[in-house]
Design a protein around this ligand. Structure first.
Ligand SMILES: C[S@@+](CC[C@H](N)C(=O)[O-])C[C@H]1O[C@@H](n2cnc3c(N)ncnc32)[C@H](O)[C@@H]1O
Length: 188
């Protein structure tokens, strides 16, 4: 049996799923991408409906798809979502700190009041260099489209199925030849 749900009716539909679960049915709640990125509020709803914690199985996130398309090293990247309920001020501060620290930032916008152009404006207002490279990817793995330019050129409108990348001013040095890597002559 399949129970469909959307953002508006998910609480009611999850109650139905939880009722089935409590009759002994094994239930799976399928969520887009990886629930561990920008999905924990939904996970909380699932667990509230069931009355206990549940197991999670990661899928492929939009961040992973974008990293693959745009060759992004996760080690040098901060991940942020604004697609959440509640106070986003701490996340806005973290975005600025991560960018000031020379990281890339992968950012999920919040439809429709904190979209890529609002995110760019927020960064510029807080002193981030407008020349930093930025990208917006839409409908990854579907009808893909992408924009790239400088952060201060990010003024267009994008769909709610979009994810933004603000790149570091420079990649971290490779350090493959550092003494700790064991790659130097004599360390083989
Ligand atoms: C609640 S978040 C969930 C993200 C999901 N957990 C993931 O791993 O990608 C939903 C947002 O993720 C982004 N997103 C999800 N799928 C996408 C895709 N195929 N292409 C671009 N952005 C996507 C959009 O910003 C969308 O509004």
């Amino acid at each position: 049996m399949r129970v469909g749900m959307n953002y508006r009716d998910q609480t009611a539909r999850l109650k139905e799923v939880a009722a089935l679960h409590h009759t002994g049915k094994r239930c799976v709640v399928a969520f887009m991408g990886d629930v561990h990125f920008s999905g924990f509020q939904f996970l909380e709803r699932v667990e509230l409906a069931c009355g206990h914690t549940v197991d999670t199985v990661p899928g492929i996130s939009s961040a992973q798809m974008m990293a693959s398309r745009g060759r992004v090293c996760f080690d040098e990247t901060a991940f942020l979502t604004f697609h959440r309920r509640g106070d986003v001020q701490p996340f806005k501060r973290h975005l600025i700190h991560a960018l000031e620290d020379g990281r890339n930032a992968i950012v999920i916008p919040r439809p429709w009041d904190f979209m890529p152009r609002d995110i760019a404006a927020h960064c510029l207002e807080h002193g981030i260099d407008g020349a930093r490279p930025a990208e917006v990817w839409e409908a990854l793995t579907q009808d893909e489209a992408s924009w790239s330019g400088r952060l201060d050129e990010c003024t267009a409108e994008f769909s709610d199925l979009s994810i933004m990348l603000i790149r570091a001013p420079a990649e971290f040095p490779s350090q493959l030849d550092s003494p700790e890597s064991g790659a130097l002559a004599g360390n083989a």
